[in-house]
Write a protein that binds this ligand. Sequence first.
Ligand code: A3P
Length: 331
Amino acid sequence: MAASALPFSIEDLTEVHAEYQKSLGLSDVTWGQVCTKPGGLVLPLAYKKLAANYYNFQFRSGDIVLLSYLKSGTVWTKEILWAMTHLNELHLADEQHIDDRNYFIDRDMVLPHVPGDGFLNTTRFPVECPGANKEDGVVKQLADADKGSRRLISSHLTFSHLNPSLLDTCKVVYVARNPKDVCLSSYNFFYNLGVMETGLAGCAELFMNGMLYYGLHHQHLREALQHRGHKNLHFMLYEDMKADLMAELRKLNSFLGLGIDDDGLKRVAEHTKFETMKAREKSIQIVPMTKDGSFFHKGSVGGWSKNASQELDAKMDAWIKENYSDIDIFK
Ligand code: A3P
């Protein structure tokens, strides 16, 4: 199939931007970054080479695709989708890394920068994609080579950065989380990764200016919400999942047409409980942490208010008021 040209440009982030990020505590972004225009996605430099791969990625009718802004409950939802589609082999989650159970296509641009890469697909790659070039995307090519009727795929890219036929081709789940907790979770994540050196306030400043990876949270949501009502798109909210997971599983089950009974869904809920997943952290963690903290920080709702100063909270409230007035998914 002929590749389509990209409907956006990819610009290097200027040194001024890098300095700005550094001044707010995001240290040593030595691998370089780019920003898409329009789109405003801040991404690693490797995106430049892989953008066409993402944009032209061939989804198939049986695929289940998970999209989200980062730190919104992606891994949780990934595990849920896997469990719902592998109900009779849940024990495999102890043996197989989540990256071997879900094609996280963004890995191909993030991967080169991960120290001590614990990424299991690198061992599968030469076997399943003989003669293929890693530089063209490990996950992408593994997914292409997968002849199964149902692939589980995930990405933090927005619809406009993925194949325009995505929604008309297969089922898409979009998981969202309230911006305050996304910001706090991002801070903890970057801090534990060892790339965020100052406090929450610096990270929040970057978040509110769309200078963390994947750009502005509200734009990400807005793009997804533009497709609300499409029969192949299902929205999930982290907060709803925390409040009543079984109710959310029933809705997801019905959207995916899996026909799982309540006993099966209870097993999915048990398998994907925060504590259960945290206990399996080794086979779930996406990036090795350099500090003591865990990928599974608290997994709670409202953590922001316990961590942000009054002044920072007020700033965030004003920013939300200004930018989320048309976004009605958060209660
Ligand atoms: P916290 O940092 O608030 O703990 P993502 O997967 O999109 O990066 O999101 C990560 C967030 O989801 C983290 O939030 C993580 O703890 C939380 N999370 C992961 N698994 C979870 C689960 N089973 N239940 C609740 N939260 C979970």
